[in-house]
Design a protein around this ligand. Structure first.
Ligand code: NAD
Length: 494
């Protein structure tokens, strides 16, 4: 058995989404001698990756993609996008699995367990087409011991004599800051079996990252520790948000200010100041699903109290979203019937066009149910995506289609509105003095967006009286808005 170092020449990334695309682009840009091909069966997505109108928005992403993808005099392109999954798998030495692992929608684990069918189907394909040894890397977030399942699938599908080494290398990027996170990661986690082949494969992957990441930030650990660490990291991040949101409910009753409380807590170096911002609730495709997956695993191990503990983080998040809606109803004289609400922001956070599990879905669904007319504006998210997201996740939209208008500007959304509801912390919605960050990462769309900041006085001109603001992200200077005649309700402030 060879213990010679493995030198990776070709990487195939399966899954051209929020993780697969940016990660592959950074790996390719930092390793000019490695050919990186991102494959997906979604042809539309692959075609978009080959243009300058990328399928996902991330500040700085286009520059990184262009540097590795486009032919230049000094550099041969080494980043490719393809739908030819079989060929790319067959040619690769190392395969990154970056497919989606959403919460199951069917069966006994529905709403709790991770759906691993996409992962299984990708690995079946690897087994069927591989003609040589492969290192297979779990980039997707997976339940603990998913590597054993993948090994079983390969044993049943692959030709004899081919060796597959499975590594766990979870991704910790956050949407909106993916490129800086990938270029300057807190740590790179590589989990492997502690066998000679496992360690050899881990070293080969560490060498890929070593092209730009300091060696002391590349951590090699046990395969199953690595799988669990990713779920645990997301659970702890979300737990901080739910803790602060739980405190925000107390602040509103006792006359405290959650921003001041968070500031005071965060000064303790043992706690730190990050992820302590109160809000209408967290969204995104990861936090909820990863916590539910962790709880499901705990339950399947008969650790019921542990499962309840993790689940409570999600429960507080649901409570926070409902509480926010109840406050809107209460302030608007206990009825939204016939009233108009301008919803500013639909993405689950700023600097992304991702709307998966965004808090906006619950809030919009709730206010539609209360009979409100809703006028939504988001600087990045298009009408089709908003309608599709609401249609697939809410019971209400089918019969409330007429109550919903998607607008091209914040002012248009405010026309005839009784209240502005801020659901995404886009810089342009804040009336504070910080400047909107400029970014050249996404062609036309971004430039148009970054030029302007909302003029609240202009918004006020087209609204009905009295005018309310419900700030679900605590981004406005309430005093300045009150001078313009708004009544302002923030999270965690009496
Ligand atoms: P995504 O939905 O944006 O992308 C997944 C892609 O995989 C899709 O384009 C889909 O068409 C493709 N795909 C699925 N099965 C396939 C197959 N068999 N063959 C070819 N293509 C296939 O998902 P994402 O947000 O990039 O997340 C991917 C994984 O990374 C998930 O497990 C997620 O939990 C994890 N993760 C996500 C983030 C994030 O911020 N989005 C961060 C860290 C980790």
């Amino acid at each position: 058995r060879s213990t010679k170092p493995i030198r990776i020449k070709k990487i195939c990334c399966i899954g051209a989404g929020y993780v697969g695309g940016p990660t592959s682009a950074v790996i390719a840009s930092k390793n000019p001698d490695i050919q990186v091909t991102v494959v997906d069966y979604n042809r539309e997505r692959i075609e978009a990756w080959q243009t300058d109108d990328l399928p996902i928005y991330e500040p700085g992403l286009l520059d990184v993609v262009r540097a590795a993808r486009d032919a230049k005099s000094k550099r041969t392109p080494n980043l490719f996008f393809s739908t030819d999954v079989d060929r790319c798998i067959a040619e690769a030495d190392l395969i990154l699995l970056s497919v989606n692992t959403p919460t199951k929608s069917l069966g006994r684990g529905a709403g709790h367990a991770s759906e691993l069918s996409y992962l299984e189907s990708a690995v079946r394909k690897i087994g069927e087409v591989a003609e040589s040894n492969k290192i297979i890397v779990e980039k997707s977030t997976v339940p603990c011991r998913a590597a054993d399942t993948l090994r079983d699938v390969l044993a049943a599908t692959a030709k004899p004599g081919i060796h597959f080494e499975i590594l766990s290398n979870p991704e910790f990027l956050a949407e909106g800051t993916a490129i800086p996170n990938l270029l300057n990661p807190d740590r790179i986690l590589i989990g492997s079996l502690k066998t000679p082949r496992g360690l050899q494969a881990a070293q080969a992957l560490a060498d890929v990252y070593g092209a730009w990441v300091d060696h002391d930030r590349i951590i090699t650990i046990n395969l199953y520790s690595s799988e669990l660490a990713k779920l645990a990291a997301n659970a702890l991040l979300a737990q901080r948000i739910s803790s602060v949101n739980a405190l925000s409910a107390m602040c509103e009753s006792v006359g405290a200010d959650i921003d001041e409380v968070s500031y005071a807590i965060g000064l303790d170096k043992r706690i730190g100041s990050r992820m302590l911002k109160a809000s209408v609730g967290f969204g995104g495709s990861c936090f909820r699903k990863d916590i539910l997956s962790l709880a499901y695993i705990a339950e399947s191990l008969h650790l019921f109290e542990v499962a309840d503990y993790w689940r409570s983080i999600v429960e507080i998040n649901e409570y926070q979203k409902d509480r926010f809606t109840r406050r809107i109803v209460r302030c608007l004289y206990n009825s939204l019937s016939g009233k108009t609400l301008a919803v500013w922001g639909f993405a689950y956070k700023k600097d992304t066009g991702d709307t998966r599990e965004t808090a906006a879905i619950s809030v919009v669904d709730n206010v539609l149910t209360e009979g409100a007319n809703v006028r939504i504006y988001d600087p990045l998210v298009k009408e089709t995506q908003i309608r599709q997201e609401l249609k697939s996740t809410t019971s209400r939209l089918g019969c409330a289609e007429k109550q919903l208008v998607v607008c091209d500007s914040a002012y248009e959304a405010c026309t005839g509105a009784d209240a502005v509801i801020i659901l995404t912390e886009w810089d342009e919605f804040s009336n504070r003095s910080e400047v909107v960050r400029r970014d050249s990462g996404h062609g036309k769309k971004t430039k148009a967006r970054s030029e302007r900041k909302v003029d609240w006085a202009r918004a006020a001109e087209v609204m009905r009286r009295p005018m309310f603001v419900f700030d679900g992200r605590n981004i406005v200077d309430a005093g300045a808005l009150e001078e313009l005649g708004f009544r302002v309700e923030c999270i965690g402030k009496a």
